[in-house]
Design a protein. Structure first.
Ligand SMILES: Nc1ncnc2c1ncn2[C@@H]1O[C@H](COP(=O)(O)OP(=O)(O)O)[C@@H](O)[C@H]1O
Ligand SMILES: [Mg+2]
Lengths: 291, 346
């Protein structure tokens, strides 16, 4: 191959990826860099944003316990949501996988269908069911005399976790489902022929093999829950803020963009560290299952 | 006295009958092969013995006891799956130990038996490997050790060698036979490879479309095939249309210009089957012309066009001169080398 041709073929991949690369740089990297820079700017009620380099916002986040509490709440909700989806989603995927053809595709559709409906609509559904005295379920239970006052759901962390778990469930089910597809179809028969009962088969044979799927589903659900906006905004409102709703408020209500940028940047950095760290741990731990 | 007995076993999926009227008596220590083309119901039959499928009709007995009443986990059979179905998250030793663990064998004895089982299949020193880091042949051996370590009453093998390359397959065949001879476990092997069935088994069950075509020793099924299917499936064969002429005395079997005294009990149109290596060239016999002649080292392969249709002839390369392509020859064989069946539909 001539030098010119070699050069041409070396340039070709770049040329071919250029459009996507430009889009990536233009709509992701540049705004991201600008957000990070913004977090170091100053802001005042009357003077607006001043493009200077100070640590005021970061200092405020580090010292004001309000932010510590808010971040802790964000991650507590994300962790509980992840646990709930794993506890319900893994068995759900397993049962689904054991169904026969027709039922399997029907229930897969039932599980994935909600992905086609807006998160806002799905969360509003919960609000309609449990929202205060007028919530459908609350009304029903109260008229039946089962409860005296409405079940607290709106503006509670429990409510947020339940609604988020509902929204995130398909991701967990899909992830475990993918892991189940890689199981040898005869593996449970093999364990059974060696004398293992159903509980032992699940605990000793199936669980260890789908664990990578559960964990990667957990990473997806955790990062989506920690940065979720719509569900916490509707269920938590302005009383129970999480990182995403706080950043939103700073940007659009207080108009303190630099502080909002600092909150958003911190959330992003924390999430990247957690996701990359746990992914590395999982890959090391399950090297022999993945290979 | 039958050790394992299948009595008119049948299996239906919906309206499709996959195994029908399957009766077989297996003696203790015997090596049996289920041989047949893909989809003929071999795996289904094996899975009914294993208990993963319930027979629609019929009974399966082990030492006179009804096996179908026993849960698969309690049957104590050793099974090697076509995909091996090893536990990928466990080491070779943990895989083999699993069955012993389920039986509550104490730790010390367990370790000893696992070591012995892995050594028996030639995998000493591989205890701590994970299956994904082993070759196909090694995985196959782990699967065999895992099935044998529990001292199963019957060993069931579902196409255990079909994923190995030809050379390794031959090695494993010899090894499998030696291991089975040494420990004397009653074994049922499922295969679609007639060479494998013939070189390993005491008896072969030839199956076609869910039915048994023939049960016999490898030699019997090869030399006295009970049906056209068996003779076609077990190696190459020549089928010639012939007639039995009862108007002359003594009665004669006539295939073209080849004739012999007729066997008893048959008359009218028949089919004569002769293996290619049993046919010789002579001055008289079935008139034929050699179409192609292929040299294959230790033997010659001739494709001929005879007066009763195409014929294949195999001659040992014994240094004698052989006829060339286009030459007119006469094919002959000894009457005891052929099998004669009534011709269907004639
Ligand atoms: N679970 C099942 N449901 C319906 N049909 C099946 C099932 N399992 C096997 N079959 C059918 O039974 C026939 C025999 O299958 P199998 O026993 O696996 O054949 P073999 O092992 O001889 O290749 C095939 O036609 C197959 O399609
Ligand atoms: Mg099969």
């Amino acid at each position: 191959m001539s030098a010119a041709a070699e050069e041409r073929s070396a340039r070709a991949p770049w040329a071919l990826t250029a459009p996507a690369l430009m889009l990536f740089v233009g709509v992701l990297l540049i705004p991201l860099a600008m957000t990070v820079m913004l977090s170091f700017h100053d802001w005042g009620q009357y003077k607006g944003i001043e493009p200077v380099f100070i640590l005021k916002n970061w200092h405020e986040i580090a010292t004001d316990p309000y932010y510590a509490e808010m971040f802790w709440r964000t991650f507590r909700i994300a962790i509980l949501t992840t646990l709930l989806t794993a506890l319900l989603g893994a068995p759900e995927a397993y049962i689904l996988n054991r169904m026969s053809g027709r039922w399997k595709s029907f229930f897969l559709l039932v599980i994935l269908g909600p992905l086609l409906i807006s998160v806002v609509a799905r969360t509003l559904g919960w609000a309609l069911l449990f929202g205060g005295n007028n919530g459908l379920v609350n009304k029903l239970l109260m008229s039946l005399g089962a409860i005296r006052s409405p079940l607290p759901f709106m503006f509670t962390e429990t409510g947020m976790v339940i609604a988020l778990a509902h929204v995130m469930m398909p991701f967990m089910v899909l992830s475990v489902w993918a892991a189940l597809q890689r199981l040898d179809p005869q593996i449970e028969n093999a364990a059974m022929s060696l004398g293992a009962g159903p509980a032992t088969i699940i605990r000793r044979i199936v669980m260890p093999q789908i664990m990578p799927g559960v964990l990667s589903g957990a990473i997806i659900v955790f990062s989506l829950s920690a940065s979720a906006f719509a569900t916490p905004a509707i269920i938590g409102g302005r009383r129970l803020k999480v990182a995403a709703t706080l950043a939103y408020d700073e940007f659009l209500n207080t108009l303190n963009w630099p502080l909002g940028a600092a909150v958003a940047t911190l959330l992003l950095v924390a999430l990247v560290l957690i996701v990359v760290g746990s992914n590395a741990l999982i890959e090391r731990r399950y090297a022999e299952v993945f290979r | 006295m039958a050790y394992l007995e299948l009595d008119r076993v049948a299996k239906q999926f919906g309206t499709q009958t996959v195994v029908d009227d399957f009766s077989l008596s297996v003696g203790k220590g015997e090596f049996i092969s289920f041989l047949g083309p893909s989809g003929c119901g071999k795996t289904t039959t094996l899975q009914m013995i294993a208990g993963f499928l319930d027979p629609t009709r019929g009974a399966i007995r082990l030492e006179g006891k009804d096996l179908t009443a026993i849960h698969p986990a309690k049957r104590g059979l050793g099974i090697v799956f076509q995909s091996y179905a090893l536990f990928p998250h466990m080491t070779a030793a943990e895989n083999v130990a699993f069955g012993l663990e389920m039986r509550g064998v104490p730790r010390g004895e367990r370790a000893e038996r696992v070591r012995a089982a892995l050594a028996m299949v030639g995998l000493a020193g591989y205890e701590d490997r994970h299956p994904r880091r082993m070759s196909g042949g090694q995985q196959q051996r782990v699967a065999l050790a895992r099935a044998l370590v529990i001292k199963p009453s019957v060993l069931l093998l579902d196409e255990p060698l079909s994923n190995l390359d030809a050379k390794l397959r031959e090695e494993m065949q010899i090894e499998l036979r030696q291991i089975q001879r040494t420990i004397g476990t009653t074994t049922i092997l499922v295969t679609h490879d007639q060479n494998e069935a013939m070189s390993l088994s005491d008896r072969i069950v030839v199956m076609s479309q869910g039915k048994i075509e023939q049960i016999g020793t490898p030699q019997e099924t090869y030399e006295k095939p009970a049906s056209a299917f068996v003779s076609q499936f077990l190696g190459k064969t020549n089928d010639f249309a012939a007639t039995i002429d009862r108007t002359v005395s003594p009665t004669q079997l006539v295939a073209g210009s080849w004739r012999a005294p007729a066997p008893a009990g048959l008359s009218g149109p028949v089919t004569v089957s002769v293996r290619p290596e049993r046919i010789g060239f002579d001055d008289a016999g079935l008139t034929a012309k050699i179409v192609t002649r292929i040299f294959q080292g230790n033997h010659w392969l001739f494709q001929c066009e005879s007066e009763c249709g195409p014929a294949i002839v195999i001659r040992q390369n014994d240094g004698q001169a052989q006829p060339g392509e286009g030459e007119a020859v006469h094919l002959t064989w000894r009457p005891e080398d052929m099998s004669v069946r009534a011709r269907a539909g004639a």
